[in-house]
Design a protein around this ligand. Structure first.
Ligand SMILES: Cc1cc2nc3c(=O)[nH]c(=O)nc-3n(C[C@H](O)[C@H](O)[C@H](O)COP(=O)(O)O)c2cc1C
Length: 473
């Protein structure tokens, strides 16, 4: 299974990575180049970032087929959302415990005390209003002070000084719970960041798991072997032995710092988190620093989809028991549609009042991760001839089957997720319900044109070859 650098090498060999030899300014210029290449689905390596001592790489995991390649799936070009979701579910069901080692390449070079200088890292400042430079591809590692259970997640980290940074934790994160538990003890909280961990471990870190399920086990399952962990040099935390860099530190709860960054949905996110004092930086001999283009950009959003699958499953699990008549459910959670979910439900409609009743019930459903109304902006009910998994089919139904005003519902002043930045005082915002089913009186005049036999036709029987496939690199 690939470690970070073998995956970078593989992409370069396949022609998927561009090297930038020209020196770039980490303030905006680096991000501007990253943005362009990431959007073109290219990986990149900056050989020289002004003031930094190491090269920066990114754009590595900006398509799902790239994840398929990194996680060594049989047909990476066919690796899509369904395959990724199934792979993650299988890994969660059969975690493999990590093992401890004293042979850690992530500690080949050890920088401690006064020698620590975060300015040597090639960390970009991405957007004009960002508080400062952000590390975006680090996995944060902590242990709960009482039960000792590890938590690992991807957390943006603002650099505020030579040996000071701010590791962010949003309100629903397990890291936020660890911060609160440690702050209550009054003891110094050890924390570590790993940058350039194996793609399997980075993927596991991005998973939204219950607090008592350690991400190291899921990382092991994705890798097909135990994750090797080594003890930090300046605290007792165990960290990935094969990572490119480890940053070790102690959280200082006396200083809470606002860290504003352009976020995944294309808006600024004001967040506040405690500062961390860095006690050591360790790294491989020729380390590669992973940096993910922030904001609404492909690598960030593709890695983010790992957490999205869990939220989608949670919404579906909330709706099924209360609405047994639902045929198909699809939850759209994609940055192009904002930060909240758009849920499409199909039914075999019995009467014209039914879709509105379903919309009411669905918004009232309780939640596994979130109450449905808090995370869902819009619920659309369609007839069961509509493919809920295809947004263009759903849109077609809305704009061809919903004519009367009462097919569109606006529910005002619903408590919304903090990431809906346009919400008003009290974090309140509107919810939308759309009944996109045919009114029963219109069924005969809205028949869809169908060519008999077209659905099951195999084009290769006519072309002699299979239609072309998407290339991975
Ligand atoms: C590039 C990237 C940056 C992220 N930044 C943050 C962050 O700053 N704070 C946060 O709480 N979650 C962030 N996330 C989401 C978490 O990594 C993800 O939800 C994870 O499941 C949280 O784990 P936890 O609940 O165990 O803390 C980010 C995800 C990605 C892909």
């Amino acid at each position: 299974m690939h470690d970070f650098r073998s995956f970078v090498r593989l992409l370069e060999e396949r022609g998927g990575l561009d090297r930038i030899a020209r020196e770039v300014d980490p303030r905006f210029e680096q991000a501007a180049v990253m943005q362009k290449l990431d959007q073109a689905r290219r990986a990149f390596l900056f050989e020289q970032v002004q003031g930094a001592a190491y090269p920066a790489v990114g754009g590595l995991l900006n398509t799902l087929p790239r994840f398929g390649l990194a996680l060594q799936q049989e047909n990476p070009e066919d690796f899509g959302d369904a395959e990724f979701d199934a792979l993650l579910e299988a890994a969660k069901a059969s975690p493999i415990d990590p093992v401890e080692t004293t042979q850690a390449v992530s500690q080949e070079v050890v920088i401690e005390g006064d020698a620590v200088d975060l300015a040597t890292l090639p960390v970009p400042t991405f957007f004009e209003l960002d508080t400062g430079p952000f590390i975006t591809a680090a996995i944060g590692i902590t242990r709960h002070p009482e039960n000792g259970i590890y938590n690992v997640g991807v957390y943006r980290t603002l650099i505020i000084g030579k040996n000071r940074c701010v590791i962010n934790a949003s309100s629903m994160s397990d890291l936020r719970r660890h911060y609160a538990a440690w702050e209550a003890t009054g003891d110094p909280m050890p924390i570590a960041l790993a940058i350039g961990a194996d793609p399997s471990m980075l993927t596991a870190a991005a998973c939204k798991l219950p607090p008592n399920v350690p991400e190291f086990g899921v990382g092991g399952a994705l890798k097909g072997a135990p994750v090797e962990l080594a003890k930090c040099k300046t605290n007792d935390l165990l960290v990935p032995a094969s990572a490119e860099f480890i940053i070790e530190g102690t959280v200082d709860f006396s200083e809470k710092v606002e860290n504003l960054l352009g976020e995944f949905a294309g808006q600024y996110g004001p967040e506040t988190a405690p500062a961390t004092t860095v006690t050591a930086i360790t790294h491989r001999r020729d380390p590669l620093f992973h940096t993910i283009m922030a904001g609404r950009n492909p690598e960030h959003n593709t890695l983010g989809s790992v957490a999205v699958y869990g939220v989608q499953r949670s919404i579906e699990a909330s709706l099924r028991p209360v609405l047994p008549q639902l045929k198909q459910i699809h939850v759209y959670l994609e940055p192009g549609l904002g930060t909240l979910a758009h849920v499409v439900l199909s039914i075999d409609k019995q009467n014209d009042a039914e879709p509105r009743q379903i919309i009411d019930e669905a918004f009232k459903a309780g939640g596994h991760i979130f109450p449905v109304s808090k995370i869902t902006k819009r619920i659309i009910v369609v007839d069961d001839d509509i493919d809920v998994h295809k947004m263009d089919d759903v849109q077609w139904a809305i704009w061809n089957r919903a004519a009367a005003a009462n097919k569109f519902m606006v529910i005002p002043d619903v408590e919304s997720w903090e990431l809906e930045r346009a919400a008003k005082a009290g974090q309140l915002s509107a919810r939308i319900g759309i009944d996109a089913t045919m009114d029963l009186e219109d069924v005969d005049k809205l028949v869809r044109p169908i060519t008999p036999g077209a659905t099951d036709l195999r084009l290769e029987d006519y072309l002699g070859t299979k239609p072309g496939k998407q290339s991975v690199a």
